[in-house]
Design a protein around this ligand. Sequence first.
Ligand code: PLP
Length: 423
Amino acid sequence: MERDTTIFELIAEERERQTEGLELIASENFVSDQVMEAMGSVLTNKYAEGYPGKRYYGGCEVVDKVEDVARDRAKALFGAEYVNVQPHSGSQANAAVYLAVLKPGDKIMGFDLSHGGHLTHGSPVNFSGKTYQTCFYGVKKETGIIDYDMVREVAHAEKPQLIICGASAYSRDIDYATFREIADEVGAFLLADVSHPAGLIAKGILNDPMPHCHFVTTTTHKTLRGPRGGMIMMGSDFDNPMGLKTPKGEIKKMSAILDGAVFPGTQGGPLEHVIAAKAVAFGEALSDEFLHYIIQTKKNAAAMAAAFVKRGYDIISGGTDNHCMLIDLRNKNVTGKLAENALVKAQITVNKNMVPFDDKSPFVTSGIRVGTAAITTRGLVESDMDKVVELIDRVIMDPENEENLDAVAAEVHDMMSERPLFA
Ligand code: PLP
């Protein structure tokens, strides 16, 4: 077969874009060579519907071992009692939890999308908002921090069967114990979707959801620095779900229900090459090296937030406890859309994002979201953050001046092109 130059030239182009640019999308990262190698391995050839030891296909002896290693490493990393590493994505992981514990028409309560929540937490354009009734909580206008009184009030008024905590654009830690108290008061299940801060949680530098939440879902490709994918976990405390409507609340029974909700409930054959790459990434995440990486990611985010505040930017909640922050650009008279487009021209990638109490549409938005997981993997440290923010500021202050954008792009290129993707 002839080499497919069309696609491989495009891949080379994308490699160049990633190498030369400043990657500030909070949900992205750069995986190690061995994670990449596992993803591009012969495991992609294998069908393995089912679970280790109970497959619907022959020849699964090797992939059974791979999946067992992935599960064991994830359990060690998060202190989980149950893990399912098969969800193809974070959305699939959430879909499987919903399928496991809800009936169509039941009610879920999530974090308002425009305040930092995710589409799968009940948005009307997503399966979650189409299949289930929804209600939402948000942040306090004055502080930008989750309004726990509102969480309690909405939960008592709406009586959801499932409460979801966790976010796509929220820079503060989450009080899982209070969420659990509220869930118990109304007899709801509690799901923590830790897709964004998973790496920080794994290394113990943010609150641990595992003792408080019935279910924990995550993506594996953000701060966890693995391949694109999802995962579902339960902690050992699941045995005592306070009289909830589970089959006696036993973790074994719930494990079987969750496994069935992933396959055959919402997926077919698992991606064993991706599961192998998840296992490699979990192995890396168990190391002290990863602890240093995560600490640096958090320090970089704090330094970046301080540099933005120094230049008069309005960071929602005034700072960050994790790897990301949401910036309201209204006081700079620039929309999120214009900022995103101008920054991309200057080789700086961010995404436009709604901010709490936004007056613009999701296609325009008043803000941008930035994160430090990817640039920390490239080897940037706190002392680089002022320069990064200066470059962003130069773009935002003059976003339609092509000469300005070209000049910033040249500086970004100088700063990044010598740094390996995985430093
Ligand atoms: N949950 C949260 C909180 C997320 O931020 C995301 C992705 O951005 C997801 C779920 C969905 O993950 P995926 O894009 O892998 O479906």
